[in-house]
Design a protein around this ligand. Structure first.
Ligand code: C5P
Length: 230
């Protein structure tokens, strides 16, 4: 594995990992791994191929051959996601894809098939890795591990606002049930469950504005890497 430094940002859905990770990647100039996007692309590929979401062998085969790539967007400050040559950036953000992603993410063979692919993102000058098991399984030697939490109500509000901004029509009650189901599955699965690494700093963001979260995390990051604050 590359010796480049790694900062991991883990936590449940709707907690603000994406915003924090993107900010850190821009400010440090390091690479960014949105591991959830890889699971979402796999889910999208399975759904569009009418593949049963409980066929571990077929799903892991699909995962091994998955032609996923990320490119800096020319229009927004986000990163565009491609399956082969198809831009599916918007489509994978639908809650349907998030849900399907969490169903297939519980299979050990699927996770194993995606492990090397995720580790390949770790290149000089460094990596910001966003996900559920970045600090526990994918990059256990990361120099900084952050685990973000927030109350379920606050996370529901944030995800609702985010989906609306992305142009999805959202039913709040259904979204609430979907997020609860997804978090439950992610926390209870046997393989790489969602939990803070023993050496992670846990930041509860329930009552914090995003700027406050970012300031707190930047402080943690620059304590470990003072050269980044120059
Ligand atoms: O982070 P995001 O909401 O895009 O992730 C979608 C789903 O992918 C999660 O609910 C989770 O089941 C799965 N996932 C995972 N491990 C990761 C990242 C995402 O199991 N490192």
């Amino acid at each position: 594995m590359s010796k480049a430094p790694v900062i991991t940002i883990d936590g449940p859905s709707g907690v603000g990992k994406g915003t924090v990770s993107l900010y850190l990647a821009k400010r440090t100039g390091w690479h960014l791994l949105d591991s959830g996007a890889i699971y979402r692309v796999l889910a999208f590929a399975a759904l569009t191929n009418d593949m049963p979401l409980d066929d571990e062998n077929k799903l892991s085969e699909l995962a091994r051959g998955l032609n996923v790539s990320f490119k800096n967007s020319t229009v927004t400050d986000r990163i565009d996601v491609f399956l082969k040559n198809l831009d599916i950036t918007g489509q994978i953000r639908a809650e349907e894809c998030g849900n399907a992603a969490s169903q297939i993410a519980r299979y050990p063979q699927v996770r194993q098939a995606l492990l090397t692919r995720q580790r390949e993102f770790c290149r000089s000058p460094g990596l910001i890795a966003d996900g559920r098991d970045m600090g526990t399984v994918v990059f256990p030697a990361a120099q900084v591990k952050i685990y973000l939490t927030a109350s379920p109500e606050e996370r529901l509000n944030r995800r609702y606002k985010q989906l609306k901004e992305q142009g999805f029509s959202v039913n709040l009650a259904r979204l609430s049930a979907e997020i609860a189901g997804r978090d439950n599955r992610d926390q209870l699965r046997k393989e790489s469950p969602l939990k803070p690494a023993t050496d992670a700093v846990v930041v509860d963001t329930t009552n914090l504005r995003i700027e406050q979260v970012i300031n707190q995390i930047w402080e943690i990051v620059t304590t470990q890497f003072p050269e980044l604050d120059a």
